[in-house]
Design a protein around this ligand. Structure first.
Ligand code: 5AD
Ligand code: SF4
Length: 436
């Protein structure tokens, strides 16, 4: 008998990518096959994101395409997973006739049951959030490769006033340290070279008496050839112990994603970020002292309710002070159900656009300066493959997550660590040559 095949499209954050691997694992162990292309699939699942309005708009556009596919293939099952499923629930099946099932982030174990029902013509909705579900016992479905995401905790208890995540992903809960370490052991045996530990707020990780620093140390000790990264840190909870742990392990990357959101204390308070900009800069200074040469990236929101021109200038000022390697920069987007949704969205659209553009321009300038200053320096690069643009170049990444390309040479292969000297750079890429 032919197996049913499932195609999954993933939107949004890395947590969704990790969840998709859990979903694939659940489906494969229930007899499904993973389709490589949409047109081969009997079931199409969209793992969705609600963080900003435009993320949801993209998914609605995609559902419009599926309506046409379904006309030629009426038995195809269409499902919505992830944050939009959790946020919109019943409304999704009612408003969008094309949708057969709606399953939120904590109910993926029941997917096979919902798909069976959908084949019988019954629409299914599973959106209960759990205080305990971590999918701890499920080994995610992964193709062979170098890089893997590992979800170490789920949910978020921070309740930043703009953010839907605490509503769509529920309360914080951590996976056991042992299961995470075991997963890394298996990845090591398969030749993986990099893992990124994921959580909305990894600094709240707790398993018995083990905190996130303990987890990081245990992960680093599995295999010295595996680089360990993590995301996302909340500035309130990032401890000195964590910084010392990073410094003590060569294979923990000296790179921190530390969302600042705004440079103005007034706006940080309205966002319920629970730190001041002084505290934020103190952490940055402490990290730079403990690990000279460490890099940072951040998230920034332009045009939060009540943001004045002075507040905006304060954000530009923090960017100048920290000099981020990279930044994810967004216009504020009101999300129903959040506290900020009740605030007046009073920054005019053209101001939001202007402020965001200034932030983007400044970040590009800073990134180019950082890259330029690296000319002449040498660094260890993990070779990821040939460059996307040309087989005549190898491409890889430094510890601080910078893309480096260097001329192709026989005898090097994916997964090798090589030393490269930087000879020049563009905004996004370092161009180097092999040393030795
Ligand atoms: N509007 C704009 N950006 C948002 N983010 C989260 N919620 C919103 C929103 N309502 C951004 C934050 C967060 C990142 C994942 O997305 O910067 O750190
Ligand atoms: Fe949203 Fe804040 Fe949680 Fe991040 S920490 S997901 S910004 S509520």
């Amino acid at each position: 008998m032919r197996k049913n095949s499932v195609f999954i499209e993933t939107y949004g954050c890395q947590m969704n990518l990790a969840d998709t691997e859990v979903v694939m694992s659940i489906l494969v162990s229930n007899g499904y096959e993973i389709a490589k292309e949409l047109k081969e699939a009997d079931v199409v699942l969209l793992n969705t994101c609600s963080v900003r309005e435009n993320a949801e708009q993209r998914i609605y556009g995609r559902l419009g395409n599926f309506k046409r596919y379904k006309e030629t293939n009426p038995n195809m099952v269409v499902g919505i997973l992830g944050c939009m499923a959790e946020r919109l629930r019943q409304d999704l099946v009612e408003d969008k006739k094309v949708v057969d099932l709606v399953v939120g982030p904590d109910e993926y174990r029941r997917l096979p049951e919902f798909i069976d029902k959908a084949y019988g013509g019954e629409k299914g909705i599973g959106v209960r959030l759990s205080r305990v579900e971590t999918y701890d016992d499920i080994m995610p479905y992964r193709e062979d490769g170098l890089q893997a995401w590992i979800s170490v905790m789920r949910g978020c208890d921070k309740f930043c006033t703009y953010c839907v995540v605490p509503f769509t992903r529920g309360r914080e809960r951590s996976r056991s340290l042992e299961s995470i370490v075991n997963e890394i052991k298996q990845l090591s045996a398969r030749g993986f070279r990099e893992v990124t530990l994921l959580g909305q707020n990894v600094n709240s990780y707790l398993d018995g008496s083990n905190d996130f620093a303990d987890l990081l140390a245990a992960c680093a000790e599995v295999d010295p050839l595996i680089r360990i990264r993590y995301t996302t840190s909340h500035p309130q909870d990032l401890s000195e112990k964590l910084l010392l742990t990073m410094a003590a392990h060569k294979n923990i990357c000296k790179y921190i994603h530390l969302p600042v959101q705004s440079g103005s204390n007034r706006i940080l308070e309205a966002m319920n970020r629970t730190y001041t900009i002084e505290h934020y800069l103190h952490i940055i200074a402490m990290a730079k002292e403990i690990m000279p040469g460490i890099s940072f990236s951040t998230d920034i929101i332009a045009g939060f309710p009540g943001e004045t021109w002075e507040d905006h200038l304060a954000t530009l000022d923090v960017m100048q002070k920290v000099k981020y390697d990279g930044a994810f920069m967004f216009k504020y987007s009101p999300r129903e159900g959040t506290k900020a949704f009740k605030m007046e969205d009073d920054v005019p659209e053209e101001q939001k656009t202007k402020r965001l553009q200034e932030i983007i321009d400044l970040q590009q300038k800073i990134a180019a300066e950082i890259n330029q200053a690296l000319t002449g320096s040498t660094d260890v690069v993990l070779v990821e493959g040939t460059s996307k643009k040309s087989d005549l170049w190898w491409a890889g990444r430094t510890d601080s997550n910078k893309v480096v390309v260097f001329p192709y040479r026989e005898g090097i292969k994916k997964g090798d660590y090589v030393t490269v000297k930087v000879v020049r750079s563009t905004t996004a890429t370092l161009i180097g040559e092999l040393v030795g």
